[in-house]
Write a protein that binds this ligand. Structure first.
Ligand code: M6R
Length: 628
């Protein structure tokens, strides 16, 4: 949830640290800080921090020059976003930044207090800084001290450490993402490759339990193994780890990420940019089916034919928006493939005593591929004997992708806005492909149906483009929401998850309390809330449930509710005094959820604009939830 950048180079790295933090700010924006070996202060460590945004930190850092340093943007877990809780945390000449949560920080803190250490922050991170300092008393170098400190930690961490007088930065990871960048003028580390784009594209992904020493001209990596928790009981005999060969044990990947992909361009916000990139993102995701009239299972990985053979059901694990894409997929997988499908919130599943089934296909859906709960839920499913795992993910080398036997990589491009948009629609495209592939594998699909589904998919980018042209009308609707405190989203069938997603988008970026309901449930409780002050947003495609839905709308209208209806061109829904209707160009059958959600994304975006909220960085949230 936090962003980390570290650098050791033969030139000033302060601008790189600031630029990297700016790129990573969406991952956490409660506060930001850097610690550098200051060239103008005899290479002593200088720490600077801001409880505002990275832009404020940049102003402070403008006169500083350094050739080595570490930097951090924070999403607060332990302790409020105050100056003393801002990373880097210091311990007499040692500075450290951390992403993750240390679960055993209390006993370590007590041990360190007994040793005379004084704590100034409320963070769990400060124990790591002091622990490294403590270990340095008898360790040969910073690398050894960090390895020994890490061996005592329980929990998740990605860390970067720098010490006064040293010519290196040491980094380590377990449970939080961290990668190395190998450059011409220096070597680097970051929690995401986008932070290093201006200096290198040569990336080495660290694995669980890796510790690396970064110097100007060299990088050494040691593996202390994944382990269960990172706990080592004997501090005197820590696991020193196995030296690894870069390029052999840890391959060098050349990042193809373009700088443009992570820049705002002419847009006002990343969310707006990402909403409008959806036709392109869908086309890129569907590119892998090319002009084929027939789908092959190996679209999901070389072993897919074996993995798919003999599955009797599907279990989808995900969080947030990705969970909603799973809920839509349930309708498709059951209807098209005739395979039972359950969808679980990953954070619940991982702690539930469920009944494992080795013939169940477990699908993890995640934009980032780093969501701690989703990752843990897949590991949990595997520990129960369910080895048929598939990741649907937007980030190629992410932890969830590496954890699963099969993968389908959506090609949405980097998603920076905290509110997920293009990741969602590309996940839906991938899941539709999966439903059709499973139907084919189970012998349920006619040649004609398969060809029709593929034609519909290929038309999707154009159909989404048409929805985007509704923006002016949707923006005018948004004005009506400026003073509202609550909103209800209704849908039926496979549009019920779209109602949930619409409600999530609205609450996330406009802070209006919103609920998504299956319209048929209205009279079982939520109807009591309906009055002129609570807008009711309804998804009304021209499908088999439209007449039922219209009865639900009557119930709202009869109680003075104000309806905002997203219908299809041919949905028989009539405009009225308190019934506003906006029509999508076409009814799109089973793929209709993909179109309707785009309209709801635009509504949330424009309501947030009207309310003047920080659209891309809504309060209290962060992009990748890498802590539990
Ligand atoms: O990266 P993931 O798809 O695993 O993230 C899951 C959720 O944290 C994410 O979808 C979140 O709900 C979004 N902010 C919603 O817009």
């Amino acid at each position: 949830m936090c962003g980390i950048v570290a650098a050791v180079a033969d030139r000033d790295i302060v601008p790189l640290l600031i630029e990297g933090l700016t790129r990573l700010e969406y991952r956490g924006y409660d506060s930001a800080g850097i610690a550098v070996r200051d060239e103008s202060a005899k290479r002593a460590l200088t720490r600077m921090c801001s409880t505002g945004r990275v832009a404020d930190l940049a102003v402070q850092a403008q006169d500083c020059t350094a050739k080595a340093g570490i930097a951090h943007t924070r999403w607060a877990t332990h302790g409020a976003p105050s100056e003393r809780n801002t990373h880097p945390l210091m311990s007499s000449g040692v500075a450290l930044v951390h992403n993750g949560i240390i679960e055993n920080y209390i006993p370590i803190r007590q041990m360190l207090i007994a040793q005379g250490y004084v704590f100034v922050s409320e963070t769990d991170t400060e124990v790591i800084a002091h622990l490294v300092h403590f270990e340095l008393k008898c360790a040969a170098d910073l690398l050894t001290a960090v390895r020994r400190a890490c061996a005592q930690l329980v929990g998740a961490y990605g860390i970067a450490v720098i010490r006064e007088g040293d010519d290196c930065v040491v980094v380590a990871r377990r449970g939080s993402p961290l990668l190395l960048g190998l450059g011409e003028h220096g070597n680097y580390a970051a929690s995401d490759a986008s932070a290093l784009l201006s200096v290198t594209r040569n990336i080495v992904y660290l694995e669980e339990g890796d510790v690396a020493e970064i110097k100007r001209q060299s990088v050494r990596i040691f593996s202390v193994g994944a382990g269960d928790t990172g706990r080592a009981t004997d501090r005197e005999c820590p696991e020193e780890g196995t030296p690894l060969v870069i390029g052999v044990d840890r391959p060098v990947h050349v990042s193809t990420l373009s700088a443009e992909a992570v820049e705002l361009g002419d847009y006002q916000h990343y969310m707006q940019k990402e909403i409008f990139e959806q036709p392109e993102a869908l086309a890129a995701t569907l590119e892998m089916i090319g002009g084929a009239q027939s789908l092959m299972p190996n679209l999901f990985g070389a072993n897919a034919p074996e993995v798919f053979t003999g599955i009797n059901s599907v279990l989808i694990l995900a969080c947030g928006t990705s969970y909603h894409s799973g809920l839509v997929a349930r309708y498709w997988i059951e209807q098209i493939a005739g395979i039972r499908c359950t969808v679980e919130i990953a954070s619940e599943y991982r702690y539930r005593a469920s009944v494992p089934d080795p013939n169940q296909l477990v699908i993890a859906i995640s934009q980032s591929g780093e969501t701690a709960d989703t990752l843990a839920s897949v590991k949990y499913a595997k520990s129960l004997g369910m080895q048929r795992t598939l990741a649907i993910c937007n980030v190629p080398e992410s932890a969830i992708v590496r954890e699963c036997a099969l993968r389908f990589l959506t090609r949405a491009g980097p998603e920076v806005g905290v509110a997920s948009t293009k990741a969602f629609t590309t996940q839906l495209a991938a899941l539709f492909l999966l439903a059709v592939t499973l139907a084919k594998a189970s012998g349920r699909l006619s040649v004609a149906d398969e060809a029709q589904y593929l034609t519909d998919l290929r038309h999707l980018p154009l159909a989404v483009q048409k929805v985007l042209t509704l923006e002016p009308q949707i923006a005018s609707w948004a004005l009506h929401f400026a003073n509202k405190h609550h909103a209800l989203f209704l849908g039926r069938g496979m549009h019920y998850p779209i109602a949930l997603e619409g409600a999530l988008k609205l609450k996330e970026i406009s802070y209006i309390h919103a609920e998504g309901y299956p319209a048929g449930e209205l009279k079982h409780g939520p109807l009591a809330l309906v009055d002129a002050d609570m807008p009711v947003i309804t998804i009304a495609p021209n499908d088999a449930l439209l007449e039922k839905l219209k009865s639900n709308l009557m119930e709202v209208a009869a109680r003075g509710g104000e309806l905002y209806v997203f219908a299809d061109a041919d949905s028989a829904v009539t405009e009225g005094d308190a019934v506003h209707v906006l029509r999508l160009a076409e009814h799109y059958g089973l793929l209709s959820p993909v179109l309707h959600v785009v309209a709801l994304q635009l509504l949330s975006y424009h309501v947030a604009l009207v309310k003047g909220t920080d659209v891309d960085k809504p309060r209290n949230l962060a992009k990748s939830v890498t802590v539990e």
